[in-house]
Design a protein around this ligand. Sequence first.
Ligand code: DX5
Ligand code: ZN
Length: 220
Amino acid sequence: MIVAPSVLSMDYSNMLEQTKELNASKAEWMHFDVMDGHFVPNLTFGPDILKGFKKISDLYMDVHLMVSDPVFFADVFLKAGADHITFHEESFDHLNEEDKVKAIKDLAKHVRSLGKTVGLSIKPNTDVACVKQYLHDFDLFLVMSVEPGFGGQSFMENSLDKISCISKWVKEEGLDTWIQVDGGINGETCKLVKEAGANVVVAGSYVFKQDIAKAVDSLA
Ligand code: DX5
Ligand code: ZN
């Protein structure tokens, strides 16, 4: 299981120390939640914070865009050093179905053309069926197990069926796509999502509210 600690839950009065603990742990990715205060009712980090983390960590920078304009912000964070960009299927809801599918495929193609990996995320209320048409366009699918916007929420069990669906479709296509789960992940829920077919977990409060290395090890 790849573990991607979410820096949203970091102690910002102790960032360097906690990043060093992350670097020394079994964590392979750093999950970087970008929120614009519009797509979700919260506001987080800009590209300069990402550049700061790049100076003190070699972890794979997994940027999760919870923004209304992922086309603009994908380039902003790629320039700042993102290794991976995940954006939300719902951020194109203002388009008609045909234009939406084209915009999503175009953005995925753009990120990949820069040699970076790309992911598509769906919120808890979004039907997993929408993912099927993108199986070959993305390196990762992110199933949100909480409503995006805040750390520390409880895991939503209805994400398990979605994970199993995507895992089945990916296997049928012979793909080795990452299936990532984000929200309310702890020692218990991690086992559930792994059984359902997830191979990457994001964990914020579970990792940063206790001994970091021990928490990461319990998920790896
Ligand atoms: C929520 C973010 C998550 C969050 C996870 O919108 O996308 O990455 O930081 O935090 P926990 O693990 O505490 O639910
Ligand atoms: Zn996230």
